[in-house]
Design a protein around this ligand. Structure first.
Ligand code: GUN
Ligand code: FE
Length: 471
């Protein structure tokens, strides 16, 4: 196999919040060290042969179709892999009853034969077979949607969590894998919790070790320390997880201020701390490598603390709407200088697609604008929402300058988007992105954002390696 590849054609990216960069040219990707890095980029090249002679290498040239373009891979900064079978299953619930009704029973079935999910099952329970089936299908699905990096929550079970790590690694997705930590008896069911702080720490360390055994560099795969959320964990556990994150220099992920009843619960469980953010800060969990999901109801003071600690936020608009959690004021977070990325939050969110999160981020921002006297300043535009799903995500997972664009030195984590043929036999295009032919490229990208889906994702590469091809 060749070590170098040239990609020639149209490249679209969102390097800043208000700029959609659309250009033709070529990049040279070097996979010699197994990483797939862009070593050269040239935006004056106007043909595949020109690319070969300009770069001076006899490398194969890969091109999108006529109505296609290269786009940076999406980054899902918050997704619960184990909850995938429940997408769309949430009834009228809101966060706290959703967790006990739908989520804990499903998650427990990945490691506990006495899970309530197996109560009426005809077949004998097989937790690992279930985990394998769900995780394989989920990674295939997210890759098909163009998700090249994801920050995953698994379950509390070490074996099943390690299986998720192994499957993501084998399929070549850039993944941060979290074994879920939850051990506070008042808030966690007997059938689904770690027994003690000691057990939580031992199991977390076992999962860290396993991830390191697969990828010692941590570039493609790494463990992420995952206290489910403040109410789920004993205070001593939160303290020890904070210390472990520091000691091992690892990423941390958790939830914050998603739902008003949850905020109230945190006040009751942690009366000494002055806010939800303060609870995490008190336990050493607010670090530059921490990803906080939701942040819907933060006070200004909490936003300032989050900013001061350089903590990142994962905005999960589809989930916030589905579970009736509220409207995250993304503009205020950005104005405060907080780094924000997008998350699907499957299965609080009903979709595994970050393109869908891009759309939902646009929609929710308009509701926020409406609630602020119809001020369109709050509205996110197409470029800005795409920026959140790529560049924003790169910052959130600590990969700024490596992911999210086409600059020299960046990794080739890229999706090839195909908008389909224009007007097939007079019937319109063959995907929901119906291109008439007169639209300019900015308009075509907008049409992709609002009506695109995985049918428009033709190929996906991660670290220069082809990981998905649409048949
Ligand atoms: N808060 C605690 N656990 C969860 C979860 O699994 N999903 C969401 N959306 N919020 C949570
Ligand atoms: Fe979540």
């Amino acid at each position: 196999m060749g070590q170098e590849t040239i990609y020639f054609g149209r490249f679209v990216s969102a390097p800043t919040p208000d700029e959609l960069l659309i250009r033709t040219g070529a990049v040279l990707v070097d996979s010699k060290n197994g990483k797939g890095v862009i070593t050269k980029a040239d935006w004056t090249i106007d043909g595949p042969n020109g690319a070969v002679s300009k770069f001076g290498v006899e490398a194969p040239v890969v091109m999108p179709k006529d109505n296609g373009f290269f786009f940076p891979g999406f980054i899902d900064t918050h997704i619960h892999a184990s909850q995938y079978p429940n997408v769309g299953i949430f009834g009228k619930s809101t966060l706290l009853d959703w967790l006990t009704t739908y989520t804990f029973p499903l998650e427990s079935s990945f490691g506990n034969v006495n899970s309530p999910m197996y109560k009426d099952s005809i077949e004998p329970p097989d937790p690992l077979a279930r985990a394998k089936k769900v995780y394989n299908r989920l990674i295939n699905r997210t890759l098909a949607h163009g998700t090249t990096t994801a920050s995953y929550y698994a379950t509390i079970h070490v074996e099943a969590t390690n299986l998720l790590a192994e499957i993501a690694f084998k399929k070549g997705q850039r993944a941060y894998i979290g074994r879920v930590c939850m051990d506070r008896p008042e808030t966690c069911p007997d059938y689904y919790r770690d027994e003690s702080t000691e057990q939580t720490m031992a199991n977390t360390k076992a999962s860290i070790d396993y991830c390191r055994s697969l990828d010692p560099s941590g570039e493609l795969l790494a463990h992420i320390i995952t206290p489910r959320f403040a109410p789920s964990c004993l205070p001593e556990t939160l303290t020890q997880l904070g210390a472990l994150a520091k000691e091992e220099d690892l990423r941390v992920q958790t939830h914050i201020s998603e739902n008003l009843n949850e905020v109230k619960l945190v006040k009751e469980l942690f009366p000494e701390q002055k806010s939800y953010a303060d609870v995490y800060d008190h336990h050493g969990l607010l670090t530059p490598k921490t990803i906080l999901a939701h942040a819907v109801h933060l006070s200004k003071e909490e936003m300032r603390l989050v900013k001061e600690r350089k903590v990142k936020v994962s905005h999960c608009p589809a989930s916030n709407s589905a579970l009736g959690s509220g409207f995250c004021p993304v503009r205020e977070l950005l104005d405060e200088g907080i780094e924000v990325g997008l998350g699907t939050d499957v299965s609080g969110g009903y979709s595994t697609s970050i393109l869908d999160a891009v759309r939902n981020a646009c929609m929710v921002s308009r509701h926020v604008g409406f609630l602020n006297e119809g001020d369109s300043r709050y509205n996110l535009g197409v470029a800005e929402a795409l920026w959140l799903g790529t560049m924003g995500g790169a910052k959130v997972v600590g990969m700024e300058g490596r992911l999210g664009g086409f600059a020299e030195g960046m990794l080739w984590d890229v999706q090839e988007i195909n908008l389909g043929d224009v007007d097939v036999r007079g019937q319109g295009g063959d995907t929901d992105v119906d291109i008439f032919g007169w639209e300019n490229w900015e308009e075509r990208v907008a049409k992709w954002v609002w009506n695109g889906d995985e049918r428009n994702v033709r190929r996906v590469w991660i670290g220069g390696k082809l990981v998905h091809e649409r048949r």
